[in-house]
Design a protein around this ligand. Structure first.
Ligand SMILES: NC(=O)c1ccc[n+]([C@@H]2O[C@H](COP(=O)([O-])OP(=O)(O)OC[C@H]3O[C@@H](n4cnc5c(N)ncnc54)[C@H](OP(=O)(O)O)[C@@H]3O)[C@@H](O)[C@H]2O)c1
Length: 280
């Protein structure tokens, strides 16, 4: 019997730094098999060594994943399948916020491609690896900013920076709610979390006003361990074991207003993901 057959196996995307690394550390402290799914392997290996040194849990692995590339997501799933025999927890944590207007190799505006398409594809391809009758959880890291993410389908690839970021997070929230419903009764809880306003590099733009963020605003930001707390709660807390389709912030379920949870938008999101899956 492979050793990991008995263990809780968790994948955290973007675990080489920021909130993802703090989430991975918390999982390693709980004795899980932890997979750091990262695009920067040098920094992923550094994070892996640090987590092992801090927790004495040697079951921490770094696998390459670039969420902006469909090919990379598929390769990641193949590598995961070759090395591990099941999955219990998937935390879709990785994300970008950039003022630059760029597109992924697959042709999506970068926020949409990285923060929504990549995680939705990854989740869908990993569903077969969740064990029946186990405690299975998917946690999607979104943001309260989803409230400015109402979108028009035909403009999906045209939004810029903050709006593009908000739309991408709203799309991931809609995917979470729809997937949770569709998996109802199948033993996989799917929830979204807002981590809080956290002191990480995502808060900075590379522009002059970073100094204002650093000096005036950053003292009010929470640290990465606090930022990871709601992801860890949704992924591990006993009281939310069978809770699905929720949006958590500060480790509490928050209501998603009806305006942001309409069947029409959920259907759009589902169709986008299914079309990509059908092409694979
Ligand atoms: N910080 C906040 O206040 C805040 C608030 C609300 C929501 N969030 C969300 O929390 C999550 C974590 O953010 P953070 O604050 O920890 O930011 P961060 O420190 O900038 O970390 C972002 C992580 O995502 C990874 N990533 C970016 N693009 C990727 C790609 N194409 N493929 C794989 N990994 C990729 C980064 O990897 P590289 O090292 O390779 O760049 C990094 O590990 C994000 O989804 C963010 O939107 C953060």
């Amino acid at each position: 019997m492979r050793e990991e057959q008995l263990s809780t196996i968790a994948i955290i995307t973007g675990a080489n730094r920021g909130i993802g690394k703090a989430t991975a550390l918390a999982f390693a402290q709980r004795g899980m098999v932890v997979i750091l799914a990262c695009r920067n392997m040098e920094s992923a290996e550094r994070a892996r060594s640090e987590i092992i040194a801090q927790t004495h849990n040697k079951n921490v692995h770094a696998l390459h994943l670039d969420l902006a590339s469909r090919e990379s997501v598929e390769l990641f799933v193949r590598e995961f399948q070759a090395r591990f025999d099941h999955l219990n927890i998937l935390v879709n944590n990785a994300g970008i916020s950039t003022m630059a207007r760029t597109f992924t190799l697959d042709g999506y505006e970068s926020h949409i491609g990285t923060n929504f398409i990549g995680p939705a594809l990854l989740t869908t391809l990993l569903l077969p690896y969740f064990q029946p009758h186990a405690d299975n959880r998917v946690v999607n890291v979104v943001s309260n900013i989803y409230r400015i993410g109402l979108f028009r389908l035909e403009r999906m690839n045209m939004y810029r920076w903050f709006k593009a970021y908000a739309v991408s997070k709203y799309l991931l929230l809609l995917f979470t709610l729809e997937l949770a419903d569709r998996l109802s009764g199948r033993g996989i809880a799917v929830n979204a979390v807002h981590p809080g306003i956290v002191k990480t590099s995502i808060m900075y733009t590379g522009k002059w006003f970073d100094i204002i963020i650093k000096i005036i605003l950053s003292p009010f930001f929470i640290d990465v361990a606090e930022g990871a707390a709601t992801s860890v709660y949704a992924a591990t807390a006993e009281e939310v074991k069978n809770v699905s389709g929720q949006y958590f912030s500060d480790s509490k379920a928050r209501r998603v207003p009806r305006l942001y949870n309409r069947p029409k938008e959920r259907a759009i999101v589902w169709d986008i993901v299914q079309k990509i899956i059908d092409e694979i």
